[in-house]
Design a binder for this molecule. Structure first.
Ligand code: SF4
Length: 468
């Protein structure tokens, strides 16, 4: 079974979609690497299946071009995305990896083909013609959460590393925590040491949290309309302003302190949690800087719950943030191994459902719950997302996606509270059982509810998108 690090689950990148933006972007970079020593005459890209059906709304064509230009989603200046893409359209050319300029007309050289390839609904093929008459065609599959594979690719060293605690299922994790008397995060920490040093793990996880926090802050301080033509207005900014009622602050820390002293009443907390989740997913919809958690569409759930923990719960600090992300990451890995984190395979239960389960377990551990209670919280959170469909209007990661993150966050907090008040030995459903159920539900789910915009809200809500 594949070995997955917490840093594979939490990847710093760009919105709006991990499978339809980040994955194709990374695929373009991988293809670019394979042809970097060739003199290239032309490149054509074919987007298949779900990548074709919702690719325009999810920015798949834009992501592919940014990859071919040689930009990386982790490091690109998100303020310059429009400029880079406008240059390609204006010049009808693309500067591959910044090294060789070739003719490229996006509307002709990127094809949207609704037919899906058998291996996975998210497929894309790059075809390069070389000036010497040869060429190369490669197909990649974007399997959710920014993970990219090729059908015949061999596992990498990273994926086959030997871990002290190999975990494929919840039962493995449960066995280790019980035998060692340790928390989930302590077991995951030991595994992470197989990939990187303690200092790298610590610094890396705090950097992930810092990116999440900045995303919330930016979303809470940016007003206006989201791109894509649905004319969806941002709401986090207005909610933030209303909740803080003119209180002044100049830094992110000052803002957090202001939120903390605004009080932990039920009404205040629920408004803030929703505000945090909305903020992240409004940034995500605007091609902003986000962290896959485990996907971009569901990027708001974990930051919202972690922010709730930091602002409204006691005894939290950097060490707790690290524990939170380690625990959440492991739960995400269990879903990826036993089911899917791709909406094109499993609908929205694979995105919001999984992120809610991750957040529920992590919050439970940080609130002092036992490992068994944390696993129970993850199970409860997913149990009440089973069957959730993916039906984004106009293929944009906006409706229902943005609000859905608020629901995932609130369910995670509720699931955690239930688990913390329960005896996990009396639980009737295990996390492994709910993961299996989620997978079987995915297999039974009609394709029109799997990130195709062929069903649900996407066909029942008619929204006129003006020509631009
Ligand atoms: S409906 Fe859910 S799974 Fe589908 S794009 Fe939106 S957030 Fe992602």
């Amino acid at each position: 079974m594949e070995r997955i690090s917490v840093f594979d689950i939490f990847k710093i990148g760009v919105g709006p979609s991990s499978s339809h933006t980040m994955g194709p972007w990374i695929a373009a970079l991988q293809f670019l690497q394979k042809v970097e020593n060739e003199k290239i005459a032309s490149i054509n890209v074919k987007l298949f299946g779900s990548l074709a059906k919702t690719g325009r709304g999810h920015g798949t064509d834009i992501a592919v071009m940014l990859g071919l230009l040689g930009h990386h989603p982790t490091t690109i200046d998100v303020e310059k995305l429009d400029e880079y893409i406008a240059h390609v359209y204006r010049t009808n050319s693309i500067n591959l990896g910044g090294k060789q300029e070739i003719p490229f007309k996006p509307l002709e050289n990127i094809a949207f083909i609704f037919e899906k390839l058998p291996f996975h609904p998210n497929a894309l093929t790059f075809v390069a013609q070389f000036k010497n008459g040869h060429g190369l065609a490669e197909t990649y599959f974007s399997i959710g959460g920014g993970f990219v594979i090729q059908e015949d690719s061999k596992p990498t060293e990273h994926q086959t590393v030997t871990l002290p605690y190999p975990i494929d299922r919840e039962a493995d994790l449960r066995r280790y925590v019980e035998a060692k008397g340790q928390s989930i995060s302590a077991i995951v920490w030991e595994n992470e040491l197989a990939w990187r040093s303690a200092e790298e793990i610590r610094t890396g996880l705090l950097h992930i949290w810092d990116t999440m926090l900045r995303c919330i802050y930016t979303g809470c301080h940016t007003d206006g309309e989201l791109p894509g033509g649905l004319q969806v207005q941002r709401r986090a900014h207005a909610i933030n302003d209303k909740l803080l009622a003119g209180t002044e602050y100049t830094t992110i820390n000052g803002w957090m302190k202001t939120i903390q002293i605004s009080g932990a009443s039920f009404a205040n907390v629920t408004k803030w949690v929703s505000c945090f989740a909305l903020a992240v997913n409004e940034e995500n919809a605007s091609f902003g800087r986000v962290v896959t958690a485990p996907t971009n569409g569901a990027a708001g759930v974990i930051p919202a719950v972690l922010m709730y923990y930091r602002c409204f719960c006691e005894n939290n600090g950097d060490e707790d943030v690290i524990k939170f992300l380690l625990t959440a990451g492991e739960i995400g890995s269990l879903f990826k191994k036993g089911s899917t984190i791709s909406a094109a395979m499993g609908g929205c239960q694979a995105e919001i459902g999984v992120s809610s389960a991750m957040a529920a377990a992590a919050l439970t551990e940080c609130m002092g719950g036992s490992p068994q209670q944390a696993l129970m919280a993850a199970e409860i959170a997913m149990e009440h997302h089973l069957g959730l469909t993916c039906d984004p209007i106009n293929g944009l990661v906006q409706i229902p996606c943005i609000e859905r993150n608020t629901m995932g966050a609130m369910k995670a907090i509720t699931a955690s509270q239930i688990a913390l008040s329960s005896n996990p030995n009396l639980a009737k459903v295990s996390l492994d059982q709910v993961i299996k159920t989620m997978w079987e539900t995915s297999l039974d789910m009609n394709d029109k509810y799997k990130e195709t915009s062929d069903g649900g809200l996407a066909v029942n809500v008619s929204v006129l998108v003006p020509e631009c």
